[in-house]
Design a binder for this molecule. Sequence first.
Ligand SMILES: Nc1ncnc2c1ncn2[C@@H]1O[C@H](COP(=O)(O)OP(=O)(O)OP(=O)(O)O)[C@@H](O)[C@H]1O
Ligand SMILES: [Mg+2]
Length: 282
Amino acid sequence: MPIIRVKGLSYRYPGSSRTVLKNITLNIDEGEYVVITGPSGCGKTTLCRCFNGLIPHFYGGNLEGEIIVNGFPVKETSTSTLAQYVGMVFQEPESQLFLLSVEREVAFGLENLGLPREEIVKRVDEALKLVGISHLRDRAPHELSGGEQQKVALAACIAMQPKILVLDEPTANLDPISAVNILNLLQSLRNKLGVTIILVEHRLEAVASVADRFIVMNDGMIVSDGDPRDVLSSTNIEGLGVGVPKVIQLYKDLKRRNVIFNLVPLTPKEVKACLMEVLEFD
Ligand SMILES: Nc1ncnc2c1ncn2[C@@H]1O[C@H](COP(=O)(O)OP(=O)(O)OP(=O)(O)O)[C@@H](O)[C@H]1O
Ligand SMILES: [Mg+2]
């Protein structure tokens, strides 16, 4: 049973004649780790806004088709109800953080849910620990580095115990080490908590071997969807400016020269194994 079902979704922002999502049909299973990528302006953020109901409830506009999230039809469900199931982390963490301490920030959503105090304290402790920022609990979010702020935003989401985590380019403003840190964290959250992860990301090299599925969008449509090995090696995504990992480029170059690997490699280690096999080394 998919946790997200999208059928024939088309969308226009208010006052615009441009259809930015065009007849999208998509199912996402519970516990799946899905990476969405594609050129700037293709509609990735817009699609994410449909998962937590910001579209249509906040943005308005013209929405056609059906979006069902955890059994709730998004058009008829309030954003506050959807927020209990879908957590969202944005590209700029500062835009999500506004309180005076990390602890207050992580507790905020829980207080709004009206949870008992002991439960709030327990969830805040757990979320800070999971994300590895317990030592920052009394600090002011605005004094932290971008990577730390992004972790606070993530902890605030996790504390709500959402079934689905949507992250819209959470590493875009981070240095490479903080970015890898966040991506590793997502992987361990998926493994530990079984949350469904929908990640909009350009750093495909870093996520190719951990995601279950890649979705590539272009001009409001899905142009490729499936196993990362199939999607990244498919001709559908050529010329879109999608950052195809170097190991895949090598695989394609070798294939053109009739050096055929028995699998599409996603890591240098896999390239090595494939080469050893082709060259018949032991
Ligand atoms: N609030 C808005 N009102 C009107 N048009 C919008 C709004 N937000 C986005 N758009 C338009 O919708 C289209 C898709 O934008 P969207 O932000 O979803 O793309 P994206 O794939 O997330 O791009 P990027 O990689 O740059 O983040 C673009 O043409 C954009 O200008
Ligand atoms: Mg975007």
